[in-house]
Ligand binder design. Sequence first.
Ligand code: FAD
Length: 463
Amino acid sequence: MISNKVIEIIMKIVGDENVITSKEERLCYAYDSTPNAFLPDLVVRPGSTEEVQSIVRLANEHRFPLIPRGTGTGLSGGSLPVMGGVVMDLTRMDKILEIDEENLVAVVEAGVITYKLQEEVEARGLFYPPDPGSLKTSTIGGNVAENAGGPRAFKYGVTRDYVLGLEVVTPEGEIVSVGGKTVKSVTGYDLIRLYTGSEGTLGIITKIYLRLIPKPEAKKTMMVSFPRLDDAARSVTEIIKRGIIPVTLEIMDDRTIQCVENHKKMGLPLDVEAILIIEVDGPRLLLDGQAQLIAELCQNNGAQQVRIAETDEEREKIWAARRAVSAAVVQIKPTKISEDIAVPRMAIPEMVRRLKEIARRYQLDLVIFGHAGDGNLHPNILCDQRDHDEMQRVEKAIGELFKAAVELGGTLSGEHGIGTMKAPYLKLEIGEAGYDVMMKIKKALDPNNILNPGKIFWSENNG
Ligand SMILES: Cc1cc2nc3c(=O)[nH]c(=O)nc-3n(C[C@H](O)[C@H](O)[C@H](O)COP(=O)(O)OP(=O)(O)OC[C@H]3O[C@@H](n4cnc5c(N)ncnc54)[C@H](O)[C@@H]3O)c2cc1C
């Protein structure tokens, strides 16, 4: 509970209109994109770094949890107040401060929507590649805090690869600036990397310097279907071996294809084990040749059908199938548990086999799609949160799928972070010693456990 005295001080810092006390409005902040809900005691919407700093200091003085939040699109429970406290909504800090076309750097406040920045830079012939599926609603601050990836990560990397500098309010209320507009910087410890992906547990990110690159001239998209999943995986490797780095290499399994086709007739083949959506970008002159070579490689590897988009409309149709996945799978059952493992690329077929076997054993409906180039798969379990027995089976299946990913040399999370959803499994991947190092960092930087408690490190009190 937050005392009236503290609420009054917070109102003085940010203005009454930027403090949410009513239960109805607080409810909007009880959710992210996981099926869980935790009601915050209060919501505050600061408008400047100094306001953030004052609230963090107050939280230390009065020992209440502070949970940074962008737009709540997170898929690991990161922005939920699992131990109560104050949710800090950073979306008022939404200014693009500078687009420096000479140095190829954008400077933004944390609450800028990812797509808005991309539109702004693309209008100037520049490019900010990280493209989480949520880019039209997520914030850059949230992307940095989660080190978000996206379909373009295989060629262009993830958010981390574009962060040149950060302004961060530390858990004890200091303002730290690291990095800036230089491409290189090796001054002391790499704090940028430490804060990037720290899921709101080590600092509140207020300002971000992002690297930009020139916008590729053109792109070419194709959809390839494979009767056998192994052939799809082998094709991916061969494309890369031939020196072509596609910008996206998306994969959809048979059950995902069925769900999409049931939801909206798109003419997808229902007799195949996998579909790849492949996109290449770069100088226009090179793209036809690359697309032809990819088509040949896929055909030599057992592809059933290759569709190369010749127009923007055809390209749009191909991507519509991929974009329809989220909407299609929620038609099947009301709850979707969206996982995010990554394995070495060549382990994809084995991982898919194990996933299907786990789903069969626990009698669960499972769809698998993801980024084949990165080995990053999103197994989604379709279930009903109200069915206690089913949810128990889901929990067991999730434990097994994480174990399988680690056994195959993979990781619990390719891009969605640990949050609360994967906290119980963290040691499975990093072991006791790794956990201990991470915990020591958290304790050293946040001795009062103010920032986002209950995340990453699992505890009985997680809620
Ligand atoms: C439909 C859909 C598709 C998605 N696709 C992808 C994808 O392709 N790739 C991918 O990586 N993710 C994806 N996500 C997950 C999610 O969108 C990303 O994790 C995104 O980066 C979260 O941004 P947000 O602004 O919503 O942050 P929130 O969900 O509000 O917060 C996420 C975490 O970041 C912390 N945080 C937020 N802002 C700050 C800040 N300024 N300072 C410190 N900590 C902060 C929060 O405490 C929390 O731990 C998807 C989600 C959905 C719903």
